[in-house]
Design a protein around this ligand. Sequence first.
Ligand SMILES: NC(=O)c1ccc[n+]([C@@H]2O[C@H](COP(=O)([O-])OP(=O)(O)OC[C@H]3O[C@@H](n4cnc5c(N)ncnc54)[C@H](O)[C@@H]3O)[C@@H](O)[C@H]2O)c1
Length: 255
Amino acid sequence: MAGRLAGKTALISGGATGAGGAASKLFAAEGARVAVVDINVAAGEAVVAEIIAAGGDAAFFAADVSLRDQVDSAVAAASARFGTISVLFNHAGTITVKPFLDTTDEDYDRLMDINVKSMFMVTRAVLPQMLAAGKGSIVCTASISSVAATPLEVLYCMTKGACAMLARAVAVEYRDRGIRCNAVCPGFIDTPHGQREIKALAEHGFDATVEALSVQQGRLCQPEEVAKAALFLASDDASFVNGAHLFVDNCFTAA
Ligand SMILES: NC(=O)c1ccc[n+]([C@@H]2O[C@H](COP(=O)([O-])OP(=O)(O)OC[C@H]3O[C@@H](n4cnc5c(N)ncnc54)[C@H](O)[C@@H]3O)[C@@H](O)[C@H]2O)c1
């Protein structure tokens, strides 16, 4: 299939729903063979079926990306199926919304594992193939929360700051070996994650209704708008964009 990712194999963690699901479909429509890696088996299989029905090429690999053995198996199976992975979209992640003093060590470990350690492990599993090929593009989903805090989200903000820095640091270390690594930093997106977050904030008395959010970012971001930004970073169109943080937030962090 022709397109901006023609001939490439892309692995997308968290590629079953939300902005990750939108990216799975968009990357496939742009010619990539897409390995969807996700813990949500039903949604992962559904997005792959949709891609194949549209004439694309994709396969689903079930994994909890916070667990090393599952990460290594999924990456090995994806490469065995599709060959060298040249695009990695590290998107899987989740959120905890509660007052900082109520957060526990278990909350900390869980969120760090799902949001940060997963990205570390998936990137470490995929990068050797990219280095062997002399070329690769990695996109990490950070957030406005990398630089702008929301009350009740201390742990989440910490994890997203780490994701943004992982992207920058990998870029700096591997630039001269053909690797680009960038972060996409969305505002509030209309996805299961975004809706869960808005509901949880409201339950704690923080106004994150669409009306309140419209002051900061005009409206809710659509998942496809994040997917398009990730596509740009993943593709050769961004050949001189490396170590960057691309905010997809309609001025949330600019104002
Ligand atoms: N929705 C927002 O408002 C918003 C804003 C900024 C950043 N983000 C980031 O986007 C990502 C969330 O994605 P989304 O908003 O597209 O919503 P989403 O909840 O639809 O997508 C998250 C995907 O990650 C998968 N996932 C979660 N934990 C996993 C695990 N342990 N192993 C494998 N897969 C797992 C889920 O099954 C789901 O398919 C996170 O990285 C989050 O930090 C979201």
